[in-house]
Design a protein around this ligand. Structure first.
Ligand SMILES: [Zn+2]
Length: 178
C-alpha cells in the first residue's frame, strides 16, 4: 500500500466515525416503524411477554432480533447512544419496557452505552453467564427477557455498577419540556 492510499483510507475511516457520532434526526422514524410492526411494544404495559423465536423474528428488525434473542453483541463504538448526552428515558426496543434514565448514564470508555442503575428493580433480570471462558452477569429485559448486555462491578458511585448495554436494543425518548 502506498502512503497516499493509507492516508486516504484513514480519512475515509474518520469520515465514517463522524457519521456514527452524528445520527440524523430522521433516525427516529425507525422507531415508529418498529412500534408499528410490533404489537407488543408499549411504554405502559407490565405483563410479561413470552414469544417463540419464530414469532419474535416476525416483529423485530434483524439487528434487534440478533441482539435480543440470539444474545448478540454489536461492534463497540457503533451506537449513537454511546456518547449521547440527551435527557430522557431508554426503553427496551423489543417490548418498550423502561430500562434506564439518562441521568444514570456515564462515559465508561468501553465502547457501549453504560449506566450505573436501572429505572427500577424489576426492569432488569440478572443471569450468570459463563460463556467465552468468562464469569459475567448477563442482563435481560424484565418484561420480555431480551438480551441487553452485561453488568460489571467497576462502575461509579452510588452503585459501583456498570451496565454495559448494546445500543441496538435501546429505544430513546427525550423528556418533553414542560
Ligand atoms: Zn423488553
Amino acid at each position: 500500500m502506498t502512503l497516499s492510499r493509507i492516508i486516504l483510507f484513514v480519512c475515509l475511516a474518520m469520515l465514517q466515525q463522524c457519521s456514527f457520532s452524528q445520527p440524523s434526526p430522521k433516525k427516529s422514524t425507525n422507531m415508529a416503524d418498529t412500534t408499528k410492526k410490533n404489537p407488543l411494544y408499549s411504554h405502559e404495559a407490565t405483563d410479561k411477554v413470552t414469544l417463540s423465536d419464530e414469532e419474535w423474528k416476525k416483529v423485530l428488525p434483524a439487528d434487534v432480533y440478533y441482539i435480543a434473542r440470539q444474545k448478540g453483541t454489536e461492534r463497540p463504538w457503533t451506537s449513537p447512544f454511546e456518547n449521547s448526552k440527551e435527557i430522557g428515558t431508554y426503553y427496551c426496543k423489543a417490548c418498550g419496557n423502561a430500562l434506564f434514565k439518562s441521568d444514570t448514564k456515564f462515559e465508561s470508555g468501553c465502547g457501549w452505552p453504560s449506566f450505573y442503575e436501572p429505572v427500577s428493580k424489576g426492569s432488569i433480570i440478572y443471569t450468570p453467564d459463563n460463556s467465552h471462558g468468562m464469569r459475567r452477569t448477563e442482563v435481560q429485559c424484565g418484561r420480555c427477557k431480551a438480551h441487553l448486555g452485561h453488568v460489571f462491578e467497576d462502575g461509579p458511585p452510588p452503585t459501583g455498577l456498570r451496565y454495559c448495554i448494546n445500543g441496538v436494543i435501546l429505544d430513546f425518548e427525550k423528556t418533553k419540556e414542560k
